[in-house]
Design a protein around this ligand. Sequence first.
Ligand SMILES: Nc1ncnc2c1ncn2[C@@H]1O[C@H](COP(=O)(O)OP(=O)(O)O)[C@@H](O)[C@H]1O
Ligand SMILES: N[C@@H](CCC(=O)OP(=O)(O)O)C(=O)O
Length: 371
Amino acid sequence: MRQQIANSHRLVVKVGSALVTNNGKGLSSEFINDCARQIAVLRAAGREVLLVSSGAIAAGMQRLGWVVRPHAMHDLQAAAAVGQMGLAQAYDSTFAQHGLQVAQILLTHADLADRVRYLNARSTLNTLLALGAIPIINENDTVVTDEIKFGDNDTLGALVANLVEADALIILTDQNGLYTADPRRDATATLVSDGRADDRRFEAMAGGAGSSISRGGMITKVRAAQRAARSGAHTLIVSGHAPDALISASRGEAIGTLLYATESPLAARKQWLADHLQLAGSLILDDGAIQALTSGRSLLPVGVTSVEGEFGRGAVVACRSHEGREVARGLANYSSVEARRIAGRGTQDIETLLGYMDSAELIHRDNLILL
Ligand SMILES: Nc1ncnc2c1ncn2[C@@H]1O[C@H](COP(=O)(O)OP(=O)(O)O)[C@@H](O)[C@H]1O
Ligand SMILES: N[C@@H](CCC(=O)OP(=O)(O)O)C(=O)O
């Protein structure tokens, strides 16, 4: 019995492009209907469900009559815009047949990187859940470029699980779960039943996407499980083709691969820091500063040897070793220009160097997470 999933109250369900679009042949009304039916059963049992759905680009390509996935960003964005309409329409009418209201949420990385927008997104999702609606979430593909994309929706699913502090993330895909190697390439691969989400061996087993329809593959699912575990969510990777997959999973039946969370969840503010995919800049630290951070102390300017990038006060920055390893990240109390001036200097010099001193620390330990 998979107690972790059976006891989960708030679930994020992620469905991949291949499932939603019948391997790119167009929206699969059969899959969408099956998904809605099962989610209605979970809702009736008192569970809260959020759905992260891919498929906009694949559905848009089919609607536009494109056979080959385009490379140009503007074509992908156009396909997503066309496809998202069909996706929303299909979810709206299908869930209505099962007596459920849906709500569309399109998110970008920038929405989660900005503290105010992050809190707004969280409160809207919580309100929708309280109203009994099913939030259906996708990346806002039409406004993001490659550098700032989540790219695959496994990552987005994990970030949503962090955002709403879900108990579990269920990733429905086209394989039975995580295998010891990509089963499309290795016929001897066997299914992993469960393991700790932070077990690094799983990353080595997982490969890329199974088809040109999807992004990410199994590696992004394993990393999503690691990320979800940071807010205490367990991840189940399971086949969306298995009959009643969601219902069986939520009963705790042993299907798919369970990657369970072991650490206690990070405090909400620290979770937000950990969720940043892109950072504004880096502070390069000497060994003494790295040791101080590791033993739970704040970062003082004296331990910083150089500053990379341009950022303002309050930006999220990485703390790196000289070798480039990210050891921590946090909210900078000074801008990059100010940080360059006070780097390597004692706290008593800050006022003379800058003309004022707001805080003695470059990053306070309350605004710092170790990685
Ligand atoms: N170790 C592995 N176990 C299972 N599947 C794997 C593994 N490594 C790579 N894959 C591939 O990952 C694919 C699932 O991911 P992906 O194609 O991105 O689908 P989705 O659209 O559901 O996210 C599988 O079809 C499989 O070919
Ligand atoms: N936002 C994109 C999803 C990207 C994607 O293909 O993800 P996935 O199928 O989960 O690997 C879309 O809706 O097409």
